[in-house]
Design a protein around this ligand. Structure first.
Ligand code: PRP
Ligand code: GUN
Length: 188
C-alpha cells in the first residue's frame, strides 16, 4: 500500500499563530464544568457522548472536571466526520454510532469545534430520533463567522476562534497535531 504524504506539521506551525495556550484551555474547560454541573442532577446521570476523533482530548478533560464536581457520567462515543483529514468539509460520514439506548436519557455531546454546524445538526437530530429527552452540546471552541447552519448552537462553549483553519487540542492538521496542547490557526 502507498503511504499518503501529509504536508508536514512543522511547516503548518511555522505559518500559524497560537490562539489559546494550554492554561487558557484548562481555565475555559473548568468554567464550562461549572456551567454544566449547575444544569445537571447527579441522580439523573447523563449519557456523555464524545464525538471522535477531535472531541477526545476535550471530552476527557471536561469529564474529569465534572467528576471533581460530583457529576457522574455514562460514557459512549460516536464518530461522524466530514473533513476526513482535509481543511474543508464535505458530506458527513458516520463511522460509528453510539450503542447505549438513548430513550428518555439526557444526552450531553462533547466535541472540539462548532464550525459550520453540519456535524452537530445531524448528530443532535440522530440522538433526538433515538428518543433522548434532552440533547445538549458542549464544544471547546466556536468559530466566529455567520455561516453556521440554522437550528444549531452550542449550549456550553469554552473559547472562540477566528475564522481560519485551526488545529491542536484534538483538532487535526491533515491528521497530525491533535495532541498539541494549544490551539493554533493557519495564517493562510
Ligand atoms: O461544524 P462543522 O463544520 O460540521 O465541523 C465540525 C466538525 O469537524 C471536525 O470533525 P472532522 O469531520 O474533522 O472529523 P474528526 O473529528 O475525525 O477530525 C470537528 O471535530 C467537528 O466534529
Ligand atoms: N481541525 C479542524 N477541524 C475542523 N472542523 C471544522 N472546522 C475545523 C477547523 O478549523 N479545524
Amino acid at each position: 500500500m502507498t503511504a499518503v504524504a501529509h504536508p508536514p506539521l512543522a511547516d503548518a506551525l511555522a505559518k500559524s499563530d497560537l490562539l489559546h495556550d494550554h492554561a487558557a484551555i484548562d481555565a475555559a474547560i473548568a468554567g464550562m464544568a461549572d456551567a454544566v454541573r449547575a444544569d445537571y442532577d447527579p441522580d439523573d446521570v447523563p449519557l456523555y457522548v464524545t464525538v471522535m476523533h477531535g472531541g477526545m482530548p476535550f471530552a476527557s478533560a471536561l469529564a474529569m472536571e465534572l467528576g471533581k464536581r460530583g457529576l457522574d457520567l455514562e460514557f459512549d462515543y460516536l464518530h461522524a466526520t466530514r473533513y476526513r483529514g482535509q481543511t474543508s468539509g464535505s458530506g458527513l460520514a458516520w463511522l460509528h454510532r453510539p450503542a447505549t439506548p438513548m430513550r428518555d436519557r439526557r444526552v450531553l455531546l462533547a466535541d472540539d469545534i462548532l464550525d459550520e454546524g453540519h456535524t452537530m445538526l445531524a448528530v443532535k437530530q440522530w440522538c433526538e430520533d433515538q428518543g433522548a429527552r434532552d440533547v445538549r452540546i458542549a464544544v471547546l471552541a466556536v468559530k466566529k463567522h455567520d455561516r453556521c447552519v440554522d437550528g444549531i448552537h452550542a449550549d456550553y462553549v469554552g473559547l472562540e476562534v477566528a475564522d481560519r483553519y485551526v488545529f491542536g487540542y484534538g483538532m487535526d492538521y491533515h491528521e497530525q497535531g491533535r495532541n498539541l496542547p494549544g490551539i493554533y490557526a493557519l495564517r493562510d
